[in-house]
Design a protein around this ligand. Sequence first.
Ligand code: SAH
Ligand code: SF4
Length: 404
Amino acid sequence: MPPDTGLPSEPLSGAPSDPTGESFSILDSASPESVQPPASSTVQSLFGLSFEQLSGLVTHFDEPGFRARQLAQALYRDWHPDLDAITTLPVALREKLVAEGYTIGLPPILKTFRSVDGTERYLIGASGNQTVETVWMPDGDGAEDPDADDNAPARRRATICVSSQIGCAVNCQFCLTAKLGIERNLTAGEIAGQVVAVLRRHQVELGRDRINLVFMGMGEPFLNYDAFMDAVRLLVTEVGLPASRMTVSTSGIVPGIERFAREPVRPHLAISLNASNNTVREAVMPITRKWSIEAVIEAARKVPLAPREKITFEYVLLGGVNDSLVDADEVVSLARRAGFPSKVNLIVWNPGPSIPYHQPAPEDVERFQQRLIARGVPAFIRRPRGRDIYAACGQLKRTTEAAP
Ligand code: SAH
Ligand code: SF4
């Protein structure tokens, strides 16, 4: 296994867009299309730049266009940690890049926590001495179902859970990440960089290993829409991970879902439903007051689905709050009214310090699932992964001690 680092000691750069706060107004911010050479005192990461941006950069250095392809190969396919290692580039160009303050800027894995179940949680460096959390789950995340798009034999299977923001502004009452509040958005390079750092650590062979990505770590991806989608495009076109093996989860940011519906290349969509009606949902997810379940479903109807594609409803089961058979029946009728092909992923609530909920009894979880299935709604129970290292859903809060 390669070492975790080999990585720039400089802080990563790239101006993040403003954190959203409570206004949810970030959705229209534009991402920069051109690369300005950095002032000599600043450090500029190459990692995160699109092929077009790399092309602009090599033009700036009066280099032939094919150098952009070599740079993209080095950054996104070979996962080189530093400029010196890119021997395909002439030494003079590497020196010019360094002189102008460029660094590769692949985010470093600063700390690794390993669960008894093989799950790993990482604290990955981000600019401003911040860290962001990413999770590696060998053998998938337990939410796989027979409709998964690929049954081909694979050497290794794993799911990487990726963060989109540091903290989160959405304030779901059952989620530990919410306790952080929003610190800032991640840049496209910081989002895609989590994936590449983890692929590199595990010496993944794309093409032979089957890697799924879930944008379900810290943060609300649709409140950092541009950087999130820029990262997706980088991961698809440059890193070579198919969008069909990616899923993004949203708490129900309607303008984000509407934009997402117009994307030509996009991950699968998951919606955190977490309650069977607006009254309960408002209590557990106050954002429901802004966008009701019906508004979220109406937006999701606009997403054109591929044959056999389904939209996932995620449903965190909170004991005594949303886990009754009446709730199950309401979920069935919501799924029917939605009208699009869907399935439900049931997630048993993962506890966190000072979060006042209870886990449902195992038999209630089973009963809930069976009720959905009996009434024609495909339902899967997501196996909790890495609870002992605070790596499970909703537990990402940069906790450095072990779970009690
Ligand atoms: N912000 C996005 C994606 C990250 S959260 C969203 O909310 O969809 C990923 C999933 O974890 C969501 O479905 C969320 O409802 C769930 N979750 C949050 N806290 C949890 C907890 N304590 N136990 C189990 N699932 C939780
Ligand atoms: Fe944010 Fe998702 Fe946690 Fe809600 S569940 S606070 S949207 S990370």
